[in-house]
Write a protein that binds this ligand. Structure first.
Ligand code: NDP
Length: 247
């Protein structure tokens, strides 16, 4: 474990699998204290124990990002246990893909609740701490789906672009030099994301795409760490990271 990491305390949502899990491991290995949030506490606790076994600092708390109270508790846990909060990685998300004409309104609402409202809840929880400290960094996992709109991904892409817009707005409002924002747009990444596609055929197709040429979640974790580890006066605003073979 290194002792040179500038971001001392990092909260990560969606840390129970995929990109969030890899990010927690990566930045804990660079010396940050990590606070892990997601709904599956068993997986979070296992990861926190693994990080601590390797000499790192980690704590876990069950959160549903759609609950403002849960997000307030998550940020409070960082401050209570580690004394501050330097970075919030709002990474939790779902991709319940389907053609718009299927009118899967429940899936649309779930994506809006988790992918958009979840990020806003995190922002609302972290902002007062960042303001108090006069230091903070919002990192979000958006998607290349928002950059190239493809069939079945429109609503998902819409939620990701809402977050991209939100962060750019925040950036415009925060030129006083102490608040950084970063939107990371991954292409296909080998995670559990496709498991939540409702339609079995589309689920298999998405899994197949991932199995064929997706990049590892560790690659995205390194990109997130790169943004975080810059000096305070350097803001990495957008990162696009996709498989070389992705169209
Ligand atoms: P995973 O399905 O592996 O991870 C998603 C994470 O989000 C899990 O830890 C899950 O934890 C958490 N999560 C889902 N719903 C909630 C909720 N209501 N409250 C709290 N946590 C929740 O997929 P990825 O790692 O791929 O996804 C991470 C992010 O990356 C997502 O925002 C996704 O949209 C984005 N992304 C992924 C890409 C890919 O190809 N994999 C491409 C582009 C972007 P739990 O179920 O325990 O709550």
């Amino acid at each position: 474990i290194l002792d040179v990491w500038p971001a001392r305390v990092v909260v990560i949502t969606g840390a129970s699998s995929g990109i969030g899990e890899a990010t927690a491991r990566d930045i804990a290995g660079r010396g940050a204290a990590v606070v892990l949030g997601a709904r599956r506490l068993d997986r979070l606790e296992k990861l926190a124990a693994e990080i601590r076994d390797h000499g790192g600092r980690a704590t876990a708390i069950p959160v549903d990002v759609t609950s403002r109270d849960d997000m307030t508790a998550l940020v409070a846990q960082a401050v209570d246990e580690f004394g501050r909060l330097d970075v919030l990685v709002s990474n939790a998300g779902i991709a319940r893909l389907s053609p718009i004409a299927d009118l899967d309104v429940d899936a649309w609402n779930a994506m809006i609740d988790i992918n958009v409202r979840g990020v806003l809840n995190g922002l609302a929880a972290a902002m007062p701490v960042f303001q108090r400290q006069q230091r903070g960094h919002f990192v979000t996992t958006v998607s290349t789906s928002g950059l190239k709109i493809v069939p079945t991904q429109a609503v998902y892409a819409g939620t990701k672009n809402a977050v991209r817009t939100l962060l750019e707005g925040l950036r415009q409002e925060s030129t006083s030099g102490w608040l950084r924002t970063t939107s990371v747009s991954p292409g296909y990444v080998r995670t559990e994301l496709a498991d939540h596609v409702d339609d079995p055929q589309l689920r298999e197709q998405t899994r197949k795409n991932m199995a064929e040429f997706a990049i590892s979640p560790e690659a995205v974790a390194r990109a997130i760490a790169f943004a975080i580890e810059q000096p305070d006066d350097v803001e990495i605003g957008d990162i696009t990271i996709r498989p070389t073979a992705q169209g």
